[in-house]
Design a protein around this ligand. Structure first.
Ligand SMILES: Nc1ncnc2c1ncn2[C@@H]1O[C@H](COP(=O)(O)OP(=O)(O)OP(=O)(O)O)[C@@H](O)[C@H]1O
Ligand SMILES: [Mg+2]
Length: 544
């Protein structure tokens, strides 16, 4: 599969060669004009893309002749006269070599191409890169390095990279890098460090220095690669970020402190607000109660005294009626009818008629009962009024020697109307020492607990009250059989404004106030509760 072009002499052959793509040239040595060796030299002088295989045909077969053939750039020779078989074999060999040569060229091209690409990358890097041999002479350097040293490639290649100890030669790299390079040689491992220095404007700068060993197959270091990078900007950025972070941390700490303060203040505020609301409520309830008590007191007073007079009158009237009846009986039984005038008889009949009609006997019995009931009623009114007065003394808030059982009792009377339809109240009062306390405030605690208890009872239930003296304290327990308090709410019920009741029904202040009042008495208030079973409040107040 070859195309063969023939030429009669060297000059013709050269022309043909230039016009065509020739892979192989077989030429006589001796030719007129241009001989075979001159042709071969001409071919070799061309920087051709592809290789041309040259075979010289010659009758000269001395050793010197052959040297001349190969010196001219020929690849092979064939002695004349030649054997066609031999020619064929030599051509085949030549073709194989051309083929190999082409492959070789391709690979070389690929290598060159990737080397060029690499060089572009190498030169575009910001990092200064310089390679040195084991004698620390510069082998290669990238643009960044050249830029920084101000030298050209030709000026530095083969030159010592560092200034030598006696200072006779100049170096292209700082002695800190020299030191690093020595360490790489000693350790056989990459080394790096950070160089800080002041530039010519006195500005602090940072340079990162890396030095890597390049080893041969036996593991011997034959080159070092030095990579230098100015990281001043990075450092500045890093420091800025650090400063910002610090500032942020400080700010967030400040915010935390402020938040805590705010939370504390809010709590205080809520407590104060709760106290004010409750104090106002109590003051107005107290005033109202005292006013009502006073107003009720007067009419009750005269109703009660009038009832007594009425009872006295009734006794007198009773006595008189008895006399009248005796007279009537006498008139009817003992005297002859004729002695009585008909008009008197008529009157007597009328009297008996009326007596029967109004059932006088019953009236005489019942009137007294009614009056007694009324007097019982006024007695109760008086007691309630006293309790009311006891319960809330407006403006009176001082330590008093108090019987806590009595306080509970009067509070119970005040809320009785609320309790009676829903709860059976069981009382178990122990004998208590007199306690110095603010009685109306304690009453308020009991009232808040009673009201909660009733509100917790859905249909009907029980409220148990028990008191006892215990180890220098008075203990009061109030239990109910209401709905109970879920675990997650237990810790919240003493918080101001915590309520589970609908709007308008609860403000969430009752237990907070109770807690504050008990605290004021150096006492404790605890709660135990089970959902569906009920709740118990336990209050302890020290006697002194
Ligand atoms: N005996 C109880 N049984 C069940 N839950 C109770 C009882 N006592 C208190 N609680 C719960 O605690 C919450 C807080 O009670 P607190 O007395 O402080 O407020 P309130 O009753 O909701 O409103 P206020 O008493 O101000 O009218 C109630 O809403 C309720 O959920
Ligand atoms: Mg309440």
């Amino acid at each position: 599969g070859h195309r063969v072009l023939a030429a009669e002499n060297g000059i013709k052959a050269w022309e043909l060669f230039q016009q065509n793509d020739i892979e192989m040239v077989i030429t006589d040595w001796i030719m007129p004009g241009m001989d075979g060796l001159a042709l071969c030299k001409k071919i070799r002088s061309l920087a051709n893309e592809s290789y041309t295989y040259v075979i010289i045909l010659t009758a000269k077969d001395q050793k010197e002749d052959l040297v001349e053939v190969f010196n001219a750039g020929a690849d092979d020779y064939i002695a004349k006269p030649f054997d066609p078989h031999e020619l064929n074999a030599r051509v085949k060999t030549g073709a194989r070599i051309v083929e190999l040569e082409i492959q070789h060229k391709d690979i070389a091209n690929i290598l060159i191409e990737s080397r060029n690409k690499l060089k572009i990358v190498f030169d575009s890097l910001e990092e200064e890169i310089v390679a040195i041999d084991d004698k620390f002479r510069i082998v290669s350097a990238n643009n960044a390095f050249l830029r920084n040293t101000g030298a050209t490639f030709q000026e530095i290649i083969g030159k010592p990279c560092f200034q030598d100890e006696n200072g006779s030669s100049t170096g292209f790299c700082d002695k800190k890098v020299n030191f690093l390079a020595k360490r790489v040689i000693e350790s056989g491992t990459p080394q790096h460090s950070l160089d800080t220095y002041s530039d010519k404007h006195g500005e602090k700068r940072y340079k990162r220095m890396n030095c890597l060993p390049v080893k041969d197959e036996a593991g011997k270091i034959f080159q070092l690669v030095i990579v230098l990078k100015d990281i001043t900007d990075d450092k500045i950025r890093e420091e800025k970020i650090k400063a910002l972070n610090k500032r942020m941390q400080e700010t967030s700490d400040e915010i935390k402190v402020k938040n805590e303060k705010l939370e504390y203040t809010l709590k205080q505020l809520k407590n104060t607000q709760a106290q004010i609301v409750q104090a106002e409520k109590m003051a107005s309830v107290g005033q109202l109660a005292a006013g009502v008590a006073h107003e009720i007191n007067n009419p009750t007073g005269f109703v009660s005294s009038n009832l007594k007079t009425l009872a006295d009158y009734l006794n007198d009237i009773n006595r008189l009626i008895k006399q009248y009846r005796m007279l009537i009986t006498e008139l009817k039984d003992n005297n002859a009818e004729d002695k009585i005038t008909s008009s008197i008889e008529k009157l007597l009949d009328q009297i008996s008629g009326i007596e029967k009609e109004i059932d006088l006997d019953f009236i005489m019995d019942d009137v007294m009962d009614l009056i007694n009931d009324c007097r019982e009623g006024t007695k109760r009114i008086k007691k309630i009024v006293l309790d009311l007065k006891d319960f809330a003394h407006p403006g009176e808030d001082k330590l008093q020697a108090t019987d806590i059982n009595k306080g509970i009792e009067s509070t119970l009377n005040v809320v009785w109307n609320e309790l009676k339809y829903k709860a059976t109240v069981t009382k178990d009062y122990g004998k208590l020492p007199i306690v110095k306390c603010y009685p109306q405030q304690l009453n308020q605690v009991f009232m808040n607990i009673f009201v909660n208890a009733v509100q917790a009872i859905e249909k009907r239930g029980e409220i148990r009250i028990s008191t006892r003296a215990d180890n220098g304290s008075v203990e009061v327990r109030i239990s109910d059989t209401g709905v109970g308090i879920p675990k997650e709410n237990i810790s919240k019920i003493f918080d101001p404004f915590f309520t589970t009741k609908e709007v308008g029904k609860g403000t969430g202040l009752g237990m907070n106030i109770a807690h504050n009042i008990i605290k004021k008495h150096n006492g404790t208030i605890n709660v135990e509760s089970e959902v569906g079973k009920g709740t118990t409040f336990r209050i302890r107040i020290p006697v002194n």
